[in-house]
Write a protein that binds this ligand. Structure first.
Ligand code: ADP
Ligand code: MG
Length: 743
């Protein structure tokens, strides 16, 4: 017996050992930095980390700490709040993920403890990337980690949420779960990390973040990381940071751009930008290049036209209006490519770690120096070298260069060799003439560009009035500048925006107007003009989708655009063929409804059952019953009750079956629709992808108001023209004045 007992002991001993190890580790953490030798630490294994973390790092080939990791990890382990600023590509991700793992480990976190650490990223792509790094270095731990980003099924995510210990997410989706998912509890969170913190704290995410922060425990630890760190007092107050430590790891220079990044700019007229870009790509076909534009419309136009003209380098494009699957695909393709050109919006401006990007080209001027720093930071990462090229129009040049100089960004002016110049204007014109889709994209790109300039904060750089509209339209291959009458509506919008303290809606409107050329009242004229033009011309060659849009009767659930009116309000939703009905013009629909069994039953009232005697005369059912038998069966009330109960039960059973059937039919329909969509995508015309944002918007319409706002901010982010609200509020001015952390 005694022996048996002893045998059970090893587990206890193990537990005891583990406990001792933990307290030893804690001791090492607490005392770290007291020894002089600790300052010389250069390897992860010399830091007071758990074996599992060290093992995970080693297996992922991380051995030596980078500067920011060396400086940030120890104080983070000791529980301090951090403000970490280090150049792009200097290894900030590990600087916060290691403390996340260690914090939970030393708190003996397990499944039952729920969510312990929350990492927030401004974009989906960056969240995915952080998650991948976490999976690599955390593999020897037993925590469960999850990724919660938009573009996926909320319900599916919701199922897993309750079990997660570490969550990587985008602000919008996190808030959505806080709102909708029962059992999702933030009250236990020990650590909050904001990657690209200044971006998350700026106006675009303000409402969302405030709602999130409200639900987090105050005694949590908070880590903020970015290459362009916020110092705004109100930002820090919002986060209730407790005596934060500033970690700055840009030791050899005050600039936040990598040392081995060669930075250049050229001065180009707006109308010559595409020629210049074309010339650049033709002479750089063996490189890996990212080209930034200010809006998704421009990305699409340039992508569609350039791929037809074939510059001789594989082209890819990435923007927020694509479906999530397509976005992921592009990211992985571009990551693997050795030579490729990616046209993108600011959606990938921050944090994304594409390996070995040779060139970052900015065709449209970044909205501020911070955005510039992040964009060029996609190249020359982690000690590699890279080059950057910025296009500035003569009006943008003086002010923008000033802004960059103020941040100590070393940038050289280049001129393009005249013999390398080649105009593609004629080809673009021919393309627009031949293809109404291209022309349509061109018009949208034109409008979007105007909007993007209009909503910029820095009016010294972005001078809306000075856009050479005719020449610009011509350079896009358009026969004339689309008449958007922005002058007038711009004034109006400005007034509106100034009047409203909360601008996100105005901006949302503005953005949508930019996206579809539709929406607000004073913009209506724009739309009708374009619409009329398109209705008149080439109607049969336009894509079905476009025609649907014009008619306003696109039918699919997930694809309903925001410019469509509610067209299903009188649908019989139980009917499994409601979508077919939606497609029919009113008269046919009315006809179909009139023939519908369900409808006619509705009007008929209750049925009666009649039996016929031998002579063929009708009788009510009871007339055939024997009165004695009836009486014998019990009192009337109980018979009635029995009958009703029986029928109810039957009905309920039938109902379950029916619902199942309807569900199956719907699923089948959805599958077919997806199939068609995929075919269309294969057809290489991805007008559908436009609707991605819209479907979210449609969902948002069903959500509480405060949530809708958030969607708007997501959308803005997707369009890459965020951080653009007019600087009318205190926060705005503050974020404008927030400076780089200097040594
Ligand atoms: P940042 O967030 O500062 O822009 P990342 O965390 O994305 O930088 O890291 C940039 C690159 O450096 C990544 O490819 C990453 O794998 C690599 N890296 C980071 N830390 C280390 C390290 N200690 N040893 C080797 N490579 C590292
Ligand atoms: Mg990063």
């Amino acid at each position: 017996m005694a022996k048996m007992k002893k045998r059970a002991d090893p587990r206890k001993i193990k537990r005891e050992e583990h406990k001792q190890k933990l307290s030893k580790l804690q001791e090492r953490v607490d005392n770290f930095g007291e020894d002089e030798a600790d300052k010389e630490v250069s390897k992860f294994e010399e830091l007071p980390l758990s074996e599992a973390t060290i093992e995970g790092l080693k297996n992922s080939h991380y051995v030596t700490c980078t500067d920011v990791q060396k400086r940030a990890i120890p104080p983070a382990l000791q529980g301090h709040d951090l403000l970490g600023a280090a150049r792009t590509g200097s290894g900030k991700t590990l600087a916060f993920l290691v403390p996340v793992l260690e914090c939970l480990f030393r708190n003996k976190w397990s499944d039952v403890d729920g969510l312990g650490a929350l990492v927030i990223s401004p974009t989906r792509e960056l969240a995915v990337q952080i998650f991948q790094v976490l999976r690599k270095i955390g593999r020897c731990h037993s925590f469960s980690a999850g990724l919660v980003i938009g573009g996926k099924d909320v319900a599916m995510e919701a199922d897993r949420l309750a079990k997660l210990n570490i969550l990587i997410c985008t602000p919008g989706r996190l808030l959505q779960h806080m709102d909708q998912t029962s059992g999702f509890d933030l009250s236990n969170v020990k650590m909050l990390v904001l990657d690209e913190a200044d971006r998350i704290l700026d106006m675009g995410f303000k409402k969302t973040m405030d709602a999130i922060l409200e639900n987090l425990p105050v005694d949590r630890q908070t880590l903020l990381f970015s290459a362009t760190q916020t110092k705004s007092v109100s930002d820090l107050a919002r986060l209730s940071l407790a005596d934060p430590k500033y970690i700055s790891a840009n030791p050899d220079t005050t600039s936040s751009t990598p040392k081995n990044l060669e930075q250049n700019y050229v001065c180009v007229e707006l109308q010559d930008k595409l020629d210049t870009l074309w010339g650049f790509l033709r002479t750089h076909t063996k490189f890996k290049i990212i080209v930034f534009f200010s809006s998704s419309k421009q990305v699409r136009y340039v992508y569609e036209t350039f791929r037809t003209l074939q510059p001789g380098i594989p082209l890819l494009h990435l923007h927020g209006k694509q479906k999530q699957g397509a976005r992921m695909d592009v990211v992985s393709k571009f990551s693997k490519a050795s030579s490729s050109c990616l046209f993108a919006t600011d959606i990938v401006a921050r944090g994304i770690d594409f390996p070995a990007v040779h060139w970052v080209v900015q065709v449209d001027c970044p909205e501020d120096a911070a955005t510039y720093i992040h964009r060029v930071g996609r190249s020359a990462r982690f000690g590699k070298s890279g080059k950057a090229l910025l296009f500035l129009t003569p009006t943008e040049e003086p002010a923008m260069i000033q802004r960059l100089e103020a941040k100590h960004i070393p940038i050289n002016k280049l001129t393009i060799r005249p013999n390398k110049k080649k105009s593609i204007k004629n080809q673009l014109q021919a393309l627009c003439f031949k293809s109404p889709e291209i022309k349509y994209l061109g018009q949208k790109a034109f409008i979007s560009y105007y909007k993007s300039i209009f909503i910029q904060k820095d009016k010294e750089i972005f001078q809306f009035e000075k856009i050479p509209s005719e020449a610009f339209a011509e350079s896009l291959g358009l026969p004339g500048a689309p008449q958007i009458k922005l002058g007038k509506s711009a004034e109006k919008m400005k007034e509106e925006a100034n009047a409203k303290k909360n601008q996100s809606r105005a901006l949302q409107k503005l953005m949508r107007a930019g996206d579809d050329g539709v929406v607000s009242d004073d913009e209506k004229e724009v739309r009708t003009k374009m619409d009329r033009m398109f209705e008149r011309k080439n109607q049969n060659v336009l894509s079905d989708h476009y025609l649907n849009m014009v008619k306003g009767d696109a039918d699919e659930d997930e694809e309903t655009g925001d410019f469509m009116t509610v067209k299903r309000q009188d649908h019989n939703l139980e009917s499994d063929d409601d979508e077919d009905v939606a497609n029919l013009p009113t008269s046919k629909r009315a006809a179909k409804q009139a023939l519908s069994k369900k409808q006619s039953l509705k009007n008929k009232g209750l049925g009666t059952k009649t039996l016929f005697d031998d002579e063929g005369a009708p009788h009510a059912l009871y007339e055939f019953d024997d009165e004695e038998d009836f009486k014998a069966a019990g009192p009337v009330e109980s018979q009635v009750k029995e009958f009703v109960d029986r029928e109810t039960k039957d009905m309920e059973e039938a109902d379950v079956g029916d619902k199942e059937l309807v569900k199956q039919k719907r699923a089948e329909k959805k599958r077919k629709r997806k199939e068609i969509e995929r075919l269309r995508e294969l057809d290489e015309y991805d007008e559908e992808s436009e609707e991605e944002g819209d479907s979210e918007e449609e969902q948002a319409a069903k959500k509480p108001k405060w949530f809708q706002r958030d969607e708007s901010s997501d959308e803005e982010e997707d369009d890459g023209v965020l951080e653009v609200e007019e600087p009318t509020t205190l926060e705005d001015l503050e974020s404008l004045t927030s400076k780089l952390l200097k040594k």
